[in-house]
Design a protein around this ligand. Sequence first.
Ligand SMILES: Nc1ncnc2c1ncn2[C@@H]1O[C@H](COP(=O)(O)OP(=O)(O)OP(=O)(O)O)[C@@H](O)[C@H]1O
Ligand SMILES: O=C(CO)[C@H](O)[C@H](O)COP(=O)(O)O
Length: 321
Amino acid sequence: MTHRPIILGIVGDSAAGKTTLTRGIAQILGEDEVTILCTDDYHRYDRQQRAQKAISALHPDCNYLDIMQQHLGLLRTGQSILKPIYNHNTGTFEPPEYIQPRRFVIVEGLLGYSTRLARECFDVKAFLAPPESLRSEWKVKRDTRKRGYTDEQVLEQLRKREPDSEEFIRPQRKWSDIVISFYPPDELSDEQRDLMLNVRLVLRPTIPHPDFTRLLSPSKSHLSTAIRLELDRDMGKPVDVLEVDGHATEEQVRELERILCSEIPYLGKYCTLEGDPNIGKVTGTTGETLQSYPLALTQLLITYHMLKAAHIYQSSEPALT
Ligand SMILES: Nc1ncnc2c1ncn2[C@@H]1O[C@H](COP(=O)(O)OP(=O)(O)OP(=O)(O)O)[C@@H](O)[C@H]1O
Ligand SMILES: O=C(CO)[C@H](O)[C@H](O)COP(=O)(O)O
């Protein structure tokens, strides 16, 4: 007997950082405990057909969203699916794959929150929204190095897809519990910027976040040079905003980590930077390994929510047979 899987959604435009974040969280939770699903696999047309029809992969009509939401519903109740496979190297489809959900499922992709039934399947919903200039840099570097495109082809694709990004991808931000924006600090050179990205985390009151108000106490004022909590509005709705700067020190990061771990003691086992020095490591666009504290804390916050959801459901819901 086992309990239903806990499902995390990571949605955002192409090269917004979904795979990078997904891999980091899976590593913390334990790769044997996590099933990863990319919704690019639900594209309706292959690359050649998309070119002929002049439709972008970002358009809902270019994806089997009905089958995607059906599969999410099955995974949520612990059932297996036969998932299509889209191969980014060839631009074509491969034979489907049998997927059995593990304890945690991470679903990353372009259109995960675009239907109500799909949205209802997620326990935690994250949306990645880096500034467009950074996303474009990441996409050019990634697609030229890993997907065989030229700089001009990627820039042309970005330009052509912009109307669909605006109409179908960005509006999904409003359905997320956490909006994550990595962004470069203004004052640094291009090379330094990649190593020192800040993060802005918009925390909607749609799920109970850790009590970060402790950051506001006078005894924590030394943290404010790199870690800040503020009230703001996002798409008109009131939100908390947690900012972590890339120049935060290890000591400051550990204090924030203690706030996270103190609320749910079992979190400490999974996520301490001390226990796992790989948290927050990222392979840069040129293949180099970087460690980012803002990324580490983002991964820890999402892990917090996954474990909390698992804890709540394991103690309150009957096990699946
Ligand atoms: N937090 C980050 N810090 C530094 N670099 C990052 C970060 N997130 C992503 N990148 C860089 O941006 C590139 C694109 O990221 P990633 O592949 O994770 O995007 P994606 O949203 O999964 O893209 P797609 O949907 O097109 O597959 C990566 O190759 C990585 O080098
Ligand atoms: O936006 C994307 C998500 O990664 C891809 O570009 C989309 O899946 C289309 O793929 P391709 O570049 O292989 O035509």
